[in-house]
Design a protein around this ligand. Structure first.
Ligand code: ISE
Length: 341
C-alpha cells in the first residue's frame, strides 16, 4: 500500500517537496497540502494532484488517511508541529532548523525518547549530496590521512528580506554547513568566532566564521547572502596526505566570443535537486521500515546545529570567541546511531 503524505507549508520548499512526492517517489501518495493561506494550499494541491487542502495543521496530522508528514512551514512552527507528529505517532521529515532554540530541541528529543522509537528526520539535505558523500567516504577510507581543515563557502544571489542580518546568516544559512561538516568529519564543534565585512550599500554583508572541532581541526565558513552572481557552495577538506573539493554538477559548457563558461544555479533547489530526492526517498524507507536512515539527520543533529548557531550569533555580537557547550548525547540517540552505522 502507498504511504500517504501530508505536507505542511506550501511555500518554496513545501511546493518542492510536493513535486518530489507526487512525481519522484514511487510508493508515495500526495494526499494533503496544508498552509496558513487557503488559496496557496489549494494551488499547490491542484498543481501536484493532492485531493485535499486545509489550513489546519493539527487536523491534517490527526487524519486517519495520513501516514507521514513533511513540515516546510515557517521555522518557528517546526518544533510544535514535530511534537504534534510524535504525539500522533506519525513519522515526520522536518525542514531545517528543528528549532533555533537549543532548549526547544531538547524538548523534542525528550518527547521522541519518551515515545521509545524514532519519528523525526531533519531536512539537512546536503548529507544526501554526492559530493559531500564522496568527501566523507575519502576521509573514512584513509585516502586523505587525518583531516586538518575544512574550507567552506555558501553564497546566495540575494536575500530579499530587508530585515535579514549577519546573525541570521549564521542562524539561517550556515546551519547547513554546521550539520554537513559534523557529518563529514564525524566530530563536534568546540568553539566559534565570527566577523562581518562591510558593504558599500545597506544589504547584509558576508560573515566569516572560524570553528574549532573536538578533534583539533580548523574550519572556516563564509556565508555571503548577497553574492549577486549565483548560488555557489564550495568546500575543500584538507588532510595530512591529500585534499578533496566539492564540484558543483554542470551539464554543459558554452564556448563563444573568445570565452568559455558554465552557469550558476539561481538557488539551492536545482543545485541540491538530487540530494532532496535521495533524502525524501530515505524518509519514505524510514516510514516503511521504522529504521532510521543511516545517513539521516536526527533531533540530536538538529540540537547540535542550534547550539553552534546560537554560539556563532553571540560570537558575532560580542566580537569574541565563544565556546560551544552541548549537553551529553541522550542514550536514545547515541544507541541508535551505533545501530545504524
Ligand atoms: C535557506 O534557508 C536555505 O535553506 C538554503 O539552502 C540556503 O542556501 C540559504 O542560504 C538559506 O537562507
Amino acid at each position: 500500500m502507498s504511504v500517504r503524505f501530508a505536507i505542511i507549508g506550501a511555500g518554496v520548499m513545501g511546493a518542492d517537496h510536493a513535486r518530489i512526492v507526487a512525481e519522484d517517489l514511487p510508493g508515495a501518495e500526495l494526499r494533503l497540502i496544508c498552509d496558513a493561506s487557503a488559496p496557496r494550499a489549494r494551488a499547490v494541491a491542484e498543481a501536484h494532484g493532492a485531493p485535499h487542502a486545509t489550513t489546519d495543521p493539527a487536523a491534517a496530522i490527526a487524519r486517519d488517511d495520513i501516514d507521514a508528514v513533511i513540515v516546510a512551514s515557517p521555522d518557528f512552527t517546526h518544533a510544535p508541529l514535530v511534537l504534534a507528529c510524535i504525539a500522533a505517532g506519525k513519522p515526520v521529515l522536518c525542514e531545517k532548523p528543528l528549532s533555533q532554540s537549543p532548549i526547544e530541541c531538547v524538548q523534542v528529543m525528550q518527547a521522541e525518547s519518551d515515545a521509545g522509537r524514532s519519528f523525526v528526520q531533519l531536512g539537512f539535505m546536503r548529507r544526501y549530496d554526492r559530493s559531500y558523500g564522496e568527501m566523507r567516504a575519502a576521509l573514512r577510507a584513509g585516502t586523505l590521512g587525518r583531516a586538518l581543515m575544512m574550507h567552506n563557502i555558501h553564497r546566495n544571489v540575494e536575500i530579499p528580506a530587508a530585515d535579514f542580518t549577519g546573525a541570521m546568516a549564521i542562524t539561517n544559512s550556515a546551519p547547513h554547513e554546521f550539520d554537513v561538516i559534523r557529518f563529514v568529519l564525524d566530530t563536534d564543534f568546540t568553539a566559534i568566532s565570527a566577523w562581518q565585512a562591510r558593504r558599500s550599500d545597506s544589504l547584509v554583508a558576508p560573515v566569516l566564521m572560524v570553528l574549532e572541532t573536538a578533534d583539533g581541526q580548523l574550519v572556516n565558513i563564509e556565508v555571503n547572502n548577497n553574492a549577486a552572481y549565483g548560488y555557489d557552495v564550495r568546500g575543500e577538506l584538507v588532510g595530512e596526505r591529500g585534499a578533496i573539493s566539492l564540484i558543483a554538477p554542470s551539464y554543459s559548457r558554452l564556448d563563444a566570443d573568445l570565452r568559455q563558461s558554465t552557469t550558476h544555479d539561481p538557488d539551492w533547489r536545482p543545485r541540491y535537486g538530487e540530494a532532496y530526492r535521495r533524502q525524501d526517498r530515505a524518509f519514505l524507507d524510514f516510514v516503511r521500515t521504522g529504521r532510521f536512515p543511516a545517513h539521516g539527520s536526527d533531533c540530536w543533529d538538529g540540537y547540535a546545529a542550534a547550539v553552534v548557531a546560537e554560539a556563532g550569533a553571540r560570537a558575532l555580537r560580542q566580537g569574541t570567541r565563544v565556546t560551544v557547550d552541548m549537553i551529553e548525547k541522550p542514550a536514545f540517540y547515541a544507541q541508535r546511531k551505533e545501530f545504524a552505522e
